[in-house]
Design a protein. Structure first.
Length: 267
């Protein structure tokens, strides 16, 4: 098994705990998480130049589906590259699909094609982080923007496996900055979100929106805003940074599907 991801097959355990990413974002807690994290993302998303409104292209990588509507309201064109191992669901709903299942080591787009990448449930969920970051760098244009969400190593969310942020490899701020710079990205900002720990759903849905507005030093996830550096010194072999795969429960195991699809850009 190559990845530590949440299977998105829509099913629920007998105790009504979310079994998949799809299920989690349908729960009351998941809906609040989506709203709070969207608010944080909105504060760090790159400003789109007026001159590129019609050609600006954003790709959601990993499982960015819950947050792509935030992008589509303000950015030109969007596609979604969903890492293999997640059950496929057409996106956007009711329209021609712009989603493809991909292998993180071979993203099926031409170099320097993207203006912006939003990665959620991606870096922490793969055992091939170097390849994923290298491919992201390859697809971005010079100066292209990279927005990334990962679990915070010191946060309580990273230890709670009934949420999607309790699976895979969490990061400290220093680790995240170091790995992004190693792979040719300049980090502009790292902020945090999801301040309230994932307590019972009833308490979380009432208190989380209030707590999130309070001054804080850290939260459950890190949100990074970075930029591709064209002339950065980038190692091409024997990279010094590696993830140590973390044991994950059955709910995080992927499906057997591992077929990459190529997006034909029709915009």
């Amino acid at each position: 098994m190559d990845k530590a991801k949440l299977d998105m097959t829509p099913k629920m355990k007998p105790d009504n705990k979310p079994d998949t990413l799809f299920d989690f974002y349908r729960t009351p807690m998941g809906k609040v998480v989506r709203r709070l994290l969207s608010r944080r993302l909105q504060s760090v998303l790159p400003a789109q130049p007026t001159s590129t409104h019609d050609s600006w292209l954003t790709a959601g990588i990993g499982y960015a589906r819950p947050y792509m509507n935030l992008i589509s309201r303000s950015f030109g064109h969007q596609i979604m590259l969903q890492l293999s191992g997640y059950t496929m669901r057409s996106w956007p709903k009711g329209k021609a699909s712009k989603l493809a299942e991909v292998d993180e080591s071979h993203l099926p787009l031409l170099p320097s094609m993207l203006d912006h990448v939003l990665m959620v449930h991606g870096l922490e969920a793969t055992n091939r982080p170097d390849e994923l970051l290298d491919e992201t760098w390859r697809l971005l244009k010079g100066g292209g923007k990279f927005t990334l969400v990962v679990p915070y190593r010191r946060g309580i969310w990273a230890s709670q496996d009934h949420t999607p942020f309790g699976h895979g490899q969490p990061f400290s701020q220093r680790q995240l900055r170091d790995v992004l710079e190693l792979h040719g990205f300049s980090v502009h900002r790292i902020s945090s979100a999801l301040i309230l720990p994932p307590v019972t759903s009833a308490i979380y849905t009432r208190l989380a929106p209030i707590v999130e507005r309070l001054p804080h030093a850290f939260g459950g996830v890190l949100v990074a805003a970075a930029e591709k550096q064209v002339y950065s010194a980038r190692p091409v072999a024997h990279k010094s940074w590696r993830l140590k795969p973390r044991a994950v429960p059955d709910m995080a195991k992927p499906t057997t599907r591992d077929v990459a699809r190529v997006i034909k850009r029709k915009i």
